[in-house]
Write a protein that binds this ligand. Sequence first.
Ligand code: UTP
Length: 408
Amino acid sequence: MNYNEAYAKLEKYGQLHVLKYYDELTSDEQKELLQQIEDTDMEVLALCSHRNEPDERGKITPLAVMQLPEIEANKEEFTSAGIDAIKAGKVGAVLLAGGMGTRLGSDAPKGVYNIGITKEVYIFERLIENLLDVVHLTGTWIHLFIMTSDKNHETTTRFFEEKNYFGYNKEYITFFMQDMAPASDYEGKVYMETKSKMSTSPNGNGGWFLSMMKWGVVDKIRKEGIEWLNVFAVDNVLQRIADPCFVGATIRKNCAVGAKVVRKNAPDEKIGVMCLEDGRPSIVEYYELTEELMNTKDANGEPAYNFGVILNYLFREKDLEEIVAKKLPLHVVEKKIPYLNEKGETVKPEEPNGCKFEQLVLDMVYQLDSCLPYEVVRNYEFAPIKNKTGVDSVESARALCKENGIEL
Ligand code: UTP
């Protein structure tokens, strides 16, 4: 894209400020900026003005969850089906580690955070150890795909290399990078990160499969005969990955996707709950849960929307290829975005100051015909680290690790 074309594109979207320092830039910087202008989807910036409007939802009804007693009663059958699938090389795992972890407040990727007390215990290390449990149980290496972003790819890959992949077989680890989206102020004006670069941020955790396709990773998956992908978040240090019983239950129930869920600890807990939306599996966010839904009871007199998702899903690979052909909705999220001020100085805000645009993995579930919500014991499998202290923090995760006999 040449200067005139870039100017026209920016003018169309009301973003001419992006060229403010153009004349001061070196010719390489000018080229990079023009390339970035060409590559950036500026249409999304208009979404800022709609950020406070609630998403339109269909009719929400309960979706039955496979609860612990049912799982216990069928444990042997499910586990052996899961082990068979793993041994046949049909199961891969996808670690979503492209997020910025802004709430944790560390500049490094979340996975390199050390949660140890008497020794070093990194978040990535905990996850690899959990996956190794299944590798040892099945005698099979499970291919782990790790999604990074432009902001943390180098640091993440270097870290794994330095730590010798925490004992994992590196032949079975593949990194790929997610796409980026522009980041703007509340008026939808894109922020500048430097004089020659617009602010960008990872485009949410919903774009993972599309990014896998772009990186040629899906070809690898097909070649290896992987049929199921267990997608999970970086921040749950008790996460069970490629859990044979969960894998077997999803396969035996012939569902397109399995979703690990936990029983809510309070009716208004800030966690998205499984439901049906217009008859399709879906997730209703905690802020969308009306009093009426919160008070709805199931046939046993239990709350009907009582199980929250923990970002651990098992997707059937061939369905994903169909899903990505449809466009997932974009969500506007308010975040802290470092930017260049009027004087050309970098500012790191203390409070959210603008919008990022994200696709979410939970929207993929709605695209599928059937879902198995699968209950896990909360204190054994759910220790998310979002903040430094308080709820879902390093502190709370350490306490849960201790409860599970994990030395820190
Ligand atoms: P969160 O929604 O907690 O976002 O991510 P985050 O960026 O890690 O943290 P905050 O909100 O800025 O504090 C849930 C999971 O999705 C991944 C994260 O790495 C985490 O595993 N994620 C999120 C991505 O892989 N890419 C993204 O663009 C966003």
